[in-house]
Design a binder for this molecule. Structure first.
Ligand code: 18C
Length: 258
């Protein structure tokens, strides 16, 4: 009898606090908007300073040679078109930590320091050392979101993941053997659908994903320019080819995720 008239105790746990309550939220909002706007800009024919440095099938990689205090910080912009996968799928595998060791070959260790919200995480990563430079680590927030496509309101949404360096008082920069690097990365994905003429259901044969990947990495401390440029010329194409092949392989027998 007592139990029947007792207080109603909620049994569903509260949802993860919305990101908008978090100290990093204003920066996440601002950076995501800026990065997506920049990613949408083309590399132009000439005059914008983007130089093509790698090409393989549909993949094109451009860089601008820039230095800050004698350190190479060349911005990179890559575009790729991959058949059979959607933008949501590409972002899902790029954002979620459980897949990272499968495709990120430069990674030594990854720790999720904080779940900011369902779509925002704080990471600490250490990367493989390149002789003769010191090993690098990085602390960054990572945020995934979908955005309506202004150019095609009836088409699929644009999906993006933005990663941006931040500070974490429990993991100060340059405290151990690693030199802290600083990065801003934007992965932006646009899905194209070419429906079958006979009205058949849309399959993987009817979709492709245009991927734009932009990044700026400050090496954070001394690193020989020639070694650094040689490393990124090798590592960025390797990353984009391996990662997109991974997404194709993971999704080939799964239903499409728009
Ligand atoms: O965006 C990518 N990955 C995300 C998830 O991990 C995230 C992290 C990016 C970290 C990129 C920086 C890693 C530098 C590590 C040093 C390189 C090790 C090479 C080891 C070879 C055996 O956004 C995909 C990232 C793809 C990474 C391409 C490499 C870019 C190199 C940039 C130079 C960095 C300075 C390194 C200093 C040492 C130079 C001699």
């Amino acid at each position: 009898e007592r139990l029947k008239s007792g207080p109603v105790i909620p049994i569903t746990p509260p949802p993860i606090a919305p990101g908008s309550q978090h100290r990093l939220w204003p920066e996440i909002e601002k950076t995501v908007k800026q990065q997506v706007e920049m990613a949408k800009l083309g590399v132009g024919e000439c005059g914008t300073g983007w130089q093509l440095f790698a090409e393989d099938g549909e993949m094109r990689m451009y860089r601008r040679e820039e230095e800050v205090d004698g350190m190479v910080v060349d911005p990179l912009k890559a575009v790729h078109v991959v058949k059979g996968i959607t933008g949501h799928e590409v972002c899902h595998y790029f954002f979620n930590p459980q897949y990272r060791y499968d495709w990120e070959t430069t990674l030594e260790q990854m720790t999720v320091l904080e779940t900011i919200s369902e779509d925002s995480l704080l990471f600490l990563q250490t990367h493989k050392r390149i002789w003769p430079a010191s090993q690098r680590d990085v602390v960054f927030w990572s945020h995934m979101r979908k955005l309506p496509d202004d150019q095609d309101q009836d088409g699929p949404d644009i999906w993006t993941v933005v990663n941006n360096s931040t500070e974490d008082s429990e993991h100060p920069a340059n405290a151990g053997k690693c030199v802290r690097i600083y990065l801003t990365v934007c992965l932006m994905c646009q899905t194209r659908v070419d429906p079958p003429k006979d009205g058949a259901p849309i399959s993987r044969d009817n979709v492709s994903c245009k991927i734009t990947y932009c990044s700026v990495v400050n090496p954070g401390g001394w690193a020989p320019a020639s070694v650094l440029r040689a490393v990124y010329k090798r590592e960025y194409p390797k990353f984009l080819k391996r990662f997109t092949a991974y997404v194709k392989n993971q999704t080939k027998n799964k239903p499409l995720m728009f």
